[in-house]
Design a protein around this ligand. Structure first.
Ligand code: NAG
Ligand code: NAG
Ligand code: NAG
Ligand code: NAG
Ligand code: NAG
Ligand code: NAG
Ligand code: NAG
Ligand code: NAG
Length: 273
């Protein structure tokens, strides 16, 4: 009897351990586990818990910033951190908010429950949108001249994606070059656009990062004035025409002289005879 039951007992106890672990980890969830937000906005995390719990704490920047007892008032380290039950009186869902996020809050956000629930860690990424400016400002050029615009994006994190438009149409990326460099804990990017001026154009430079819904932009006007009549070409034409006419005259003159000499020659021979 015992010989038969031993393996069954072992399987049963293994199952018990596995199943309880699975159930326990399913009882407490944190979402999102990876969050990217704009600096200055609010970052929200949701903890959902099954079963009765007593105390939940939230840790940001290695500092415990907030404590929520299931049945009491929330204690916050600063007004930047707040928490509430997703629906009042229902402790199974807690929403934790970091208001006006700065780059300093980037990193792990840890939710810890007192007791066997343990803790869960989410990663917070904070993006920063800086400024963007076309350095040249409005420009006036002569038709067909090559124009160059330089767009400078300052104080971005991470490096912004820079694009250009001409009269609202995206410009082919092989017409511009973008370089970025770190400036302390953010980035400056410079993009140089070159093209041939054909007609009056609105040129816009746009910079964006993943979380920006509308890119930052800077735009300028390019006024193209028609080419003035090209005097050098005209002079060259006149001069070459003049030269050609002179050459023709010279040739005619030479032929004339030759003919006269040819006529004169027999006369001379006649005289000799
Ligand atoms: C988390 O998000 C960041 C930024 O969007 C991304 O670079 C990173 O790969 C993500 N990590 C995971 C584990 O998904
Ligand atoms: C929560 O705070 C309110 C007022 O701030 C107070 O009246 C109430 O007694 C507090 N509840 C607990 C459980 O501490
Ligand atoms: C609390 O909310 C969860 C879903 O968020 C729901 O499943 C549960 O029934 C609610 N409990 C009570 C007591 O309303
Ligand atoms: C957000 O934080 C920044 C820097 O800490 C501060 O200058 C700004 O006034 C804050 N904005 C709000 C709306 O609290
Ligand atoms: C460019 O011209 C537009 C209108 O012609 C004007 O509104 C704008 O201020 C000018 N920008 C600069 C940088 O001079
Ligand atoms: C961009 O840089 C590459 C290599 O430095 C160069 O060949 C190319 O002509 C540049 N394009 C523009 C539009 O400046
Ligand atoms: C980035 O841009 C700012 C403002 O234009 C400037 O003061 C700073 O020196 C730049 N940093 C680098 C590394 O170019
Ligand atoms: C561009 O606009 C200016 C006036 O704003 C005008 O004088 C000029 O002829 C225009 N150029 C072209 C190529 O249309």
């Amino acid at each position: 009897m015992t010989v038969f039951w031993k393996p069954w007992q072992n399987i049963f106890s293994i199952c018990l351990v596995l199943c309880t672990t699975a159930v326990l980890s399913a009882q407490f969830q944190l979402q999102p586990l990876n969050s990217t937000v704009q600096q200055g906005s609010d970052a929200r995390f949701i903890a959902t818990v099954q079963g009765n719990w007593q105390i939940m704490t939230w840790t940001v920047r290695q500092i415990m910033v907030l404590t929520i007892p299931a049945g009491g008032n929330t204690t916050s380290f600063s007004p930047q951190f707040s928490a509430r039950f997703c629906s009042s009186g229902n402790t199974s869902c807690v929403e934790f908010t970091i208001h006006n996020v700065t780059r300093r809050e980037s990193g792990p956000v840890i939710c810890t429950m007192l007791g066997e629930y343990g803790s869960k860690t989410a990663q917070l990424h904070v993006e920063e949108s800086g400024t963007v400016n076309i350095m040249e400002g409005n420009m006036t050029v002569i038709q067909d001249q090559e124009v160059k615009f330089q767009c400078v994006a300052t104080a971005w994190f991470p490096t912004p994606t820079i694009s250009w438009t001409r009269n609202g149409q995206a410009i082919n990326s092989n017409l511009y070059n973008t370089t970025s460099m770190a400036d302390g804990d953010s980035f400056n990017s410079t993009s140089v656009l070159t093209f041939q001026a054909i007609s009056n154009t609105t040129v816009e430079c746009q910079a964006t990062v993943q979380t920006l819904t509308k890119p930052q932009s800077s735009s300028v006007f390019l006024v193209v004035v028609p080419k003035p009549p090209n005097w050098t070409v005209l002079i060259a034409v006149v001069v070459s025409f003049g030269g050609f006419a002179l050459l023709i005259l010279l040739i005619i003159g030479l032929i004339f002289c030759y003919k006269r000499r040819k006529k004169k020659q027999p006369n001379y021979q006649d005289e000799m005879r």
